[in-house]
Ligand binder design. Structure first.
Ligand code: PGA
Length: 478
């Protein structure tokens, strides 16, 4: 088609005239910019290609980054590359193979995205998130999400979500709120990691994380201020007590002093909160990640000791005793994965005591079927949402809805091997999750999420509501 024919077919002369008139009417200070923006809006965005590449995550392991091209711009996204628990609703490309094969499997996912996924999405409107996600799912149906892999799928889906927001000219969290079908946005309470242990730290502490929740802050900004001050006081306390080599940090950015008991860790954190002057305004949370030290039906609290005393093996009922004691002695308001991933019975028994928020991680695997069962049986009362265990943005939103409809708490989570993509910050606000877990106030991949939340709060201004004391009960999604 000649340019002349194109101009006539698309009525471009008339559109240009309209744009000029609009610039005059608006008394645009920069008419050229005004007219070009006006003309851009006249052409709807369509996806023109999807290109993937291998990047490295925070552990230096291969992850997938996607660049989704539209006729207007390029939108990048990457998904966390940490392991999905075994038995998840679908296998992931990275987890399907041993570590030495990671690079090759990520390369396979890159190839599938560049060929099949790109071809399937070309021509689609990036605002149609549900249709895009369905197209991605349909492509891999025969392989149960194993060919593309859930992390790669999520990266494509997030990139499309960013493109959809750009086309609507709204912030990403606002686009997500529209996809949820609600108008409520909430700034989440950050669950800030301050001490690492378990498989995330080289000390003897059996549990994976000790976190602080600044529920008494008035804003997200103040929460991060309180959190980072406490983190730095904690560093001083650890330095004084254990020496400088105890201030090394673990996978989520928490300190890894060579402590061996949970109460020793909680005492350090309480001392730091006290020194920072935030007594009563900061609550505590732990991620036990008990699956990692469950041997048969017992829990080996000394699983990281070179020489074991033999005292470390506990029954599930002993663990209930330990948690109950901790809840009565400390301002401990949330315990994640307190038992093995398949110990539905004791998780229920503990949840029923109503001592704190009980968060299902490996127990649920962000899997709708497992969540359904846990809701019916009251096995836990909160979800940790790891979007890369789900596969697409649409499915992640559905899972949040499912949990909120059951009046559960929802903690949107990063992965311990993560990228600097900050999507989960917008997801937490847009889906009014109430809680976000993104590691310590240090390390780039953690701060990319917290810093994005600071930007969102500033942008929302007086419309920005910090979940604060309502961290477990933010507005429902349906
Ligand atoms: P993971 O840890 O990414 O290694 O599963 C994060 C968490 O459990 O919160």
């Amino acid at each position: 088609m000649s340019v002349q024919e194109y101009l006539e077919k698309h009525l471009l002369s008339r559109k240009i005239e309209e744009a000029v008139n609009a610039a005059v009417r608006a008394k645009a200070p920069d008419p050229v910019l005004f007219i070009s923006t006006h003309m851009r809006r006249a052409a709807p965005a369509v996806i023109t290609s999807v290109r993937a590449r291998q990047i490295l995550d925070s552990r230096g392991e291969p992850a997938v980054e996607v660049a989704l091209h539209t006729n207007k711009a390029v939108h990048r996204a990457s998904a966390a590359a940490a392991d999905a628990p075994e038995g998840a609703a679908a296998a992931s490309t990275r987890d399907a193979e041993k570590r030495k094969l990671l690079a090759r499997t990520v390369a396979d996912a890159v190839r599938v995205i560049n060929d099949k996924v790109s071809e399937a999405l070309v021509g689609m409107d990036p605002q149609q998130q549900a249709q895009i996600d369905q197209a991605i799912i349909d492509l891999d149906k025969a392989h149960h999400k194993a060919e593309i892999g859930m992390k790669a799928m999520l990266a494509v889906s997030i990139a499309a979500c960013k493109a959809g927001a750009a086309e609507k000219e709204v912030p990403l969290y606002k686009h997500i709120t529209d996809l949820v079908g609600k108008s409520t946005t909430t700034l989440p309470v950050p669950a800030i990691t301050v001490i690492n242990g378990g498989t995330h730290g080289g000390n003897r502490l059996p549990i994976q994380e000790i976190m602080i929740l600044p529920v008494g802050a008035k804003s997200f900004e103040e929460a991060m201020q309180m959190g980072s001050e406490t983190y730095h006081h904690l560093k001083d306390i650890i330095l004084e007590k254990y020496g400088s080599d105890s201030c090394n940090i673990g996978d989520d950015g928490g300190f890894t002093p060579n402590i061996s008991s949970i109460s020793e860790g909680l005492d350090l954190v309480i001392a730091a909160i006290d020194r920072a002057g935030y007594n009563g305004r900061i609550k505590l949370a732990i991620d036990v990640a008990a699956t990692d030290f469950c041997i048969g039906k017992k829990y080996d609290l000394e699983f990281k000791f070179a020489e074991k005393s033999g005292q470390g093996f506990k029954t599930a009922d002993d663990m209930i005793e330990i948690y109950s004691q901790l809840c009565s002695e400390y301002p401990l308001v949330s315990i994640e994965q307190p038992f093995d991933k398949d110990d539905w019975e004791h998780s229920k028994k503990f949840t029923t005591l109503e001592l704190c928020q009980v968060v299902g991680d490996d127990l649920l695997m962000s899997d709708p079927e497992r969540i359904k069962r846990a809701v019916n049986e009251y096995t836990c009362n909160a979800l940790v949402l790891k979007a890369n265990q789900v596969g697409t943005v649409t499915e992640a939103i559905e899972v949040v809805k499912q949990a909120k409809d059951a009046h559960w708490g929802v903690m949107v989570s990063h992965r311990s091997g993560d990228t600097d993509d900050s999507f989960i910050a917008d997801l937490a606000v847009g889906a009014a999750a109430g809680q976000i877990k993104a590691g310590a106030p240090c390390r780039g991949e953690c701060l990319s999420k917290y810093n994005q939340l600071l930007r969102i709060e500033e942008e929302l201004g007086s419309d920005g509501v910090y979940a604060g004391e309502n961290w477990r009960t933010t507005a429902g999604t349906s």
